[in-house]
Design a protein around this ligand. Structure first.
Ligand code: G4P
Length: 508
């Protein structure tokens, strides 16, 4: 018997404390020995890689990774999502590979824009949420105000699991509402020594607050949580070690184990024997000396064994996976076996793409990994015209990795790239130079947005294509795309061609 799996991500607005919480979870989970290692290792990694200079300059993490740890017989796979403010497809796709999420909010700020966007994606994917209200050791909003905001803004029932005893200057600790014990701060936060007071004497006003809260909010209900109707809420301080241990216990107790994943012809459950999985992320340059890529595959069913042959559905030959990588937080390890819910890294030379389904034999295809309509379009201007071939290769590669999208117009030779956030443009230019030795610049494109077009009526589609040829392009996979000058134009054109569908996302 293998241990239960909990595959989850942390979603938050920048600065809410995701890095600090991640570090503390790994620390409590025994995966790192000193708080501070996550950042230190991050710095080492950055120093090694050229294009990650952007990360350094901006002080953000562009790349996602996977951290695995075990605690009390449960294996946790924590998928990191980039925390910067730019809308990132990478983040969205990562959320397709988790079974649950922890939402971190800053007690002084409440729900912020990025938290909300990410929450909407979780809701779309039916990913249940445990909430962690962070920084209660600082002056923040009242617990009631925060709970009401979560309930109102996200339309969820809230079930407080712990309660802050005082905040900021009067912060005394966190009350566990089930056990009725308080963890009180003690010692240096780096050494994790919250002292548990089993028979606390509560100040009167706290006692009143708690009575009100227990009368006014929902009790935790595992089913409502897993259905995405309720969120258990923990108050704490990642920095001072209030909450991380409780969060791990909550994930073990309530969070869903690996679930069936949407697929064609039918959803695939973890109990199925056949090994299947999908690629939700491709990363180049983990080792800058090599041109290898790592495809991150979420295993959805079966027991994966090293050396197994897996076939990407729809294209390519079987790949023998001889050196799959598991991501124990201390180190990367070669995996001998992996189970549903686990993430394995598959080294390859560009054959595997985001959205690919891999399986032993079955002709299945996982669905629901979207491409998003770009919000920024740019024309790529080559500085040295003899490098056309290299540029095309580079653009195709990066489209494959999901860094940018690329559109080849039907008329003319000015390739257009599309991104959903400014940051992706910087990554593109920097990687073109560093990895492909192609000097290029970006110019404004005469278009502002793109829609994938299709129709059940072939004649209607043909008519549309003929009339609008100057605004048509193909994406990397040859799908027809309509380039529009504005979202308004999309609406206008869609009204005139009711038989043509204009899609803002394309499922792969
Ligand atoms: P992020 O990954 O979500 O962007 O946030 P991060 O963990 O980097 O935390 C953002 C800032 O908030 C950091 O301070 C961090 O120390 C602080 N912080 C995180 N959790 C808590 C908490 O529970 N209580 C308090 N009081 N502060 C917290 P910084 O000064 O920006 O960075 P640093 O110099 O401390 O690393």
């Amino acid at each position: 018997m293998t241990s239960p799996r909990r595959t989850f991500a942390i979603i938050s607005h920048p600065d809410a404390g995701k890095t600090t919480l991640t570090e503390k979870l790994l620390y409590v989970g025994g995966a790192i020995h000193l708080a501070g290692e996550v950042k230190a290792r991050g710095a080492n990694r950055r120093a090694r890689s050229d294009w990650m200079k952007i990360e350094q300059q901006r002080g953000i993490s562009v790349t996602s990774s996977v951290m695995t740890f075990e605690k009390d017989g449960v294996t946790f796979n924590l998928l990191d999502t980039p925390g910067h403010e730019d809308f990132s497809e990478d983040t969205y796709r990562t959320l397709t590979a988790v079974d649950s999420a922890v939402m971190v909010i800053d007690a002084a700020r409440g729900i912020e824009s990025q938290t909300r966007k990410l929450f909407e994606v979780c809701r779309l994917r039916s990913v249940p949420i445990i909430t962690f209200v962070n920084k209660v050791d600082r002056e923040g909003r009242s617990a009631f105000e925060l709970l009401d905001e979560i309930a109102d803004v996200l339309a969820l029932d809230v079930a407080p699991m712990t309660w802050p005893v005082g905040m900021g200057g009067t912060f005394e600790g966190v009350l566990d509402l089930k056990r009725w014990s308080i963890s009180r701060p003690e010692g240096d936060s780096r050494t994790f020594q919250g002292k548990v007071d089993a028979e606390p004497i509560l100040p009167d006003e706290v006692r009143e607050e708690v009575e009100l809260a227990q009368a006014g909010y929902a009790e935790v209900d595992a089913e409502a949580y897993r259905n995405g109707d309720l969120t258990p809420v923990y108050f704490g301080s990642a920095l001072k070690d209030f909450g991380p241990a409780e969060l791990i216990a909550a994930l073990a107790q309530y969070a869903p184990p690996p679930r069936a994943q949407p697929a064609e012809p039918a959803p695939i459950g973890p109990e199925e024997k056949e090994v299947t999985g999908f690629v939700f992320k491709v990363q180049a340059n983990m080792d800058p000396q090599h041109r290898d890529r790592i495809a991150f595959m979420r295993l959805c069913s079966g027991t994966f064994k090293r050396g197994m042959k897996l076939t990407p559905t729809g294209h390519g030959k079987p790949i023998a996976v001889h050196s799959p990588i598991l991501f124990f937080a201390q180190d990367r390890e070669i995996a001998d076996e992996a189970y549903p819910g686990d993430i394995i890294g598959i080294p390859n030379h560009g054959t595997l793409r985001v959205g690919d389904t891999l399986s032993e034999r079955a002709a299945v295809r996982f669905t629901g990994l979207p491409n998003f309509a770009p919000e920024i379009l740019r024309r790529v201007a080559l500085k040295d015209p003899t490098k056309t071939k290299q540029l095309r290769k580079a653009l195709d590669d990066m489209a494959e990795e999901g860094v940018t999208q690329v559109f080849y117009p039907e008329i003319g030779s000015n390739w257009i790239i599309g991104v959903v956030g400014q940051l992706q443009l910087d990554v593109l230019i920097s990687r073109l130079e560093a990895e492909y030795k192609v000097a290029a610049g970006l110019e404004p494109a005469p278009f502002d947005t793109a829609r994938w077009i299709s129709s059940d009526d072939a004649a209607a589609l043909k008519e549309f294509v003929e009339i609008n040829r100057s605004a048509l392009a193909k994406d990397r996979d040859g799908n027809p795309v309509f380039l529009a000058k504005s979202a308004w134009e999309v609406g206008y054109v869609a009204d005139r061609y009711p038989k043509v569908k204009f899609a803002a996302t394309r499922e792969r």
